[in-house]
Design a protein around this ligand. Structure first.
Ligand SMILES: *[C@@H]1O[C@H](CO)[C@@H](O)[C@H](O)[C@H]1NC(C)=O
Ligand SMILES: *[C@@H]1O[C@H](CO)[C@@H](O)[C@H](O)[C@H]1NC(C)=O
Ligand SMILES: *[C@@H]1O[C@H](CO)[C@@H](O)[C@H](O)[C@H]1NC(C)=O
Ligand SMILES: *[C@@H]1O[C@H](CO)[C@@H](O)[C@H](O)[C@H]1NC(C)=O
Ligand SMILES: *[C@@H]1O[C@H](CO)[C@@H](O)[C@H](O)[C@H]1NC(C)=O
Ligand SMILES: *[C@@H]1O[C@H](CO)[C@@H](O)[C@H](O)[C@H]1NC(C)=O
Ligand SMILES: *[C@@H]1O[C@H](CO)[C@@H](O)[C@H](O)[C@H]1NC(C)=O
Length: 623
């Protein structure tokens, strides 16, 4: 019995632990423009049907290069749909990712030009397409970046630069190790690696990780082939021996990478390779070695220096000494600032032997931009829908970053205190906007100016505007705002300019605004339905419309009452006179008395009726 329980406990423990070592990395692959899930040949890789895009048009694709996955569709983004377009993929687990975006070519004769555009990932500009990317066998048919995704989403945006419509063939978001490509100080703290190149030295053909039976935690990296450094400087060497230290955390380099290498033909001669790069950028360089040359059997037999643009980066590299054995992987990495357009890697033998190298990786180190405050992005999105912003505005991705491509009509500031961007200006004047101004525009807490002049916006001016204390300029002129000016605007103590002219506003202008006049603020309230109570505007009547009606009614009642009284008094007087005349002649006294009584009663009855009417309208008189 005890033993059974023990076994059950063990089994439970096994179940609890199993997922941690059996867990596959998160992988999301999207075939852009595809209506159904598809598989690409020859690896039978599954691709999701198209989703998570902000707009654009699905189309048929020509495959720009053999490197591109064999997919037939793409999504392209005409400028009429706005300059900024994105894929926003949600529910991405927090982690470290290899994000790869394949560019597309629309399969239509009218689209013969290759589009050039900018690509940003999580608000950071990572790549600008260079002309010639779609020429035969160019390796630049995708952009790849290694990035930490922390907020559960991956936002990939494509920014038009006026050279054709951005077109995207496919997207891959592949999880890699949390310490992958750890490079020391600054790692993971707002830095992104943009993969510039990967070479497998001595390989005949370019290959993906999947072709090299690599671990999926490696992110299915693409290794281009580099059969020679040129100028007969080297030859290929390869082995079938097992290589130690491969396919290991955190980078899971495939073993095959180290089974081929380039080795210099002349001892003493340098082995050098020059790569074209973007000037004045920081590059991270990863060099791979394994001693697979059978003529080397122990440490200190092959020693060389590694120079980057002439400066020694790694002195006295002894592969066997450093890796601990022959057929054992050695990876070296360093970061350099490259000022010119080229980066030359030189292996300089120091012990009279040949130099050898297995693979080269080059990354551009990009500083990640800080995104805009999420509450402000939400407020702008609601404004976008409340004003029915036309498609041409785009307004996709992040409003402020990349700094090269902010949303049109939005001005940003960087708040150093919280390391976030915020919105300090909205300029949407004369854009033919309709709709209304939502209350939560006040979430744009850093706003200093709003210009919505010359649109067809209607409804009330939200009183929450009065809580944006930094507001200096508010121009809502030439719209259809109605109702009254909210009292809260009087709280805007920095207000310099308030243009509300040409709207349908009425009622009293908040008295507190008068105080701003002393500070040189200017206001324009002309051409409205009826504003009052401000210098330059009519004085407001003290009474409300209700009160005016009340007074009117009460006056009528009083008038009727007075007339009635007068009539009664006159009638009574006539009766009395008549009675006196009759009495003076021959009629008995009693008869005259009866007449007199009846007249008095009638008069009383009348008075009573009128008094009640007056009492009913009484409250409005008081109001
Ligand atoms: C794409 O190609 C298919 C046939 O291959 C065709 O039926 C379809 O209309 C094309 N779509 C577009 C948008 O051109
Ligand atoms: C890269 O180099 C740094 C120091 O230059 C080192 O701390 C780090 O461990 C290296 N990364 C890997 C994965 O070897
Ligand atoms: C390159 O790195 C240096 C030192 O880390 C830094 O000061 C500089 O701003 C970086 N340059 C670029 C273009 O990222
Ligand atoms: C940042 O903080 C300082 C001091 O706390 C303050 O003076 C400054 O106004 C703040 N800046 C912004 C943009 O909020
Ligand atoms: C707002 O835009 C209108 C139209 O473009 C312009 O005439 C006006 O000067 C702007 N208002 C302010 C306060 O700058
Ligand atoms: C103000 O304009 C809105 C939208 O046109 C309308 O629904 C509302 O009745 C108007 N309010 C007043 C007080 O005129
Ligand atoms: C106020 O606005 C009206 C148009 O509605 C314009 O004619 C007038 O010049 C403006 N006044 C000032 C002082 O800007």
């Amino acid at each position: 019995m005890v033993r059974v329980r023990y076994l059950l406990l063990l089994y439970a423990l096994f179940l609890a632990c199993k997922p941690s070592f059996a867990r596959a990395p998160y992988a999301m692959r999207i075939s852009c423009g595809a209506r159904d899930d598809v598989h690409s040949t020859p690896t039978n890789t599954p691709w999701n049907k198209d989703f998570a895009y902000t707009g654009g048009i699905p189309g048929n694709a020509t495959r720009p290069s053999f490197i591109s996955p064999s997919l037939n569709t793409l999504r392209y983004f005409p400028l009429s749909e706005g300059p900024e377009n994105c894929y926003n993929i949600n529910r991405v687990p927090r982690g470290h990712y290899l994000v790869r975006i394949y560019f597309g070519l629309v399969a239509e004769p009218s689209f013969d030009n290759e589009p050039l555009f900018d690509v940003s990932i999580e608000g950071t500009l990572v790549y600008s397409l260079q002309s010639g990317w779609s020429t035969q066998d160019n390796e630049r048919v995708f952009v790849e970046a290694l990035i930490f995704l922390k907020d559960g989403t991956a936002s990939l945006c494509f920014h038009s630069t006026g050279h054709g419509d951005p077109a995207i063939l496919a997207i891959e978001i592949l999880q890699i190790g949390n310490r992958a490509y750890y490079f020391g100080k600054g790692y993971g703290q707002g830095t992104i690696f943009r993969t510039d190149r990967r070479f497998n030295c001595g390989a005949e053909k370019p290959k993906f990780g999947a072709d090299l039976s690599a671990d999926s935690w490696g992110g299915d990296r693409f290794w281009n082939s580099l059969p020679t450094f040129g100028q007969n400087s080297d030859r290929v060497i390869s082995t079938d021996n097992k290589i130690k230290g491969t396919s290991q955390s955190p980078n899971f380099y495939p073993e095959a990478l180290y089974q081929t290498a380039l080795i210099s033909t002349n001892s003493q001669a340098d082995l050098a390779y020059t790569i074209e790069v973007e000037p004045t950028r920081n590059y991270s360089i990863w060099l791979h070695f394994a001693e697979i040359d059978p003529s080397i059997t122990k440490a200190n037999q092959r020693v060389f220096d590694i120079l980057l643009n002439g400066d020694v980066a790694f002195p006295d590299v002894d592969i066997v000494g450093m890796a601990g054995d022959i057929n054992s992987a050695l990876v070296l990495n360093t970061t350099v600032v490259v000022s010119g357009r080229t980066l030359t890697i030189t292996l300089h033998p120091t012990k009279g032997t040949h130099a050898i190298i297995s693979a080269i990786e080059l990354f551009e180190l990009v500083l990640a931009e800080s995104k805009t405050l999420p509450a402000e992005i939400r407020a702008l999105r609601r404004l976008k829908s409340a004003l029915g912003l036309p498609l041409r505005f785009g307004w996709n991705g992040d409003p402020c970053v990349p700094e090269q491509h902010p949303w049109s009509g939005v001005d940003c500031l960087y708040d150093r205190n919280i390391s976030k961007h915020a919105i300090d200006g909205l300029g949407l004047d004369n854009q033919g906007l309709r709709g209304f101004l939502p209350d939560d525009i006040s979430q744009l807490r850093h706003l200093q100016s709003i210009n919505l002049s010359g649109n067809s916006i209607s409804g009330f001016i939200p009183s929450s505007l009065g809580t944006i204390i930094s507001m200096e300029i508010l121009d809502l002129s030439f719209n259809f705002f109605n109702g009254s000016i909210p009292e809260s605007l009087g709280q805007l103590t920095s207000l310099q300019r308030l243009n509300l002219n040409s709207n349908s506003l009425k009622g009293k202008v908040p008295a507190a605004l008068g105080g701003r006049l002393l500070h040189g603020a200017s206001f324009n309230f002309t051409d409205n339905a009826g504003l009052c109570g401000f210098p330059g505007l009519p004085a407001c009547g003290r009474l409300s419309i209700g009160a005016k009606i009340g007074i009117g009614l009460s006056s009528c009642v009083a008038f009727v009452l007075i007339v009635t009284c007068f009539v009664c008094w006159w009638k009574r007087r006539q009766s009395v006179l008549r009675a006196q005349r009759i009495a003076a002649r021959d009629a008995p006294y009693a008869k005259a008395r009866t007449h007199f009584n009846r007249d008095v009663q009638m008069t009383r009855h009348h008075n009573h009726e009128h008094a009640r009417t007056a009492a009913e309208s009484g409250p409005s008189l008081l109001a």
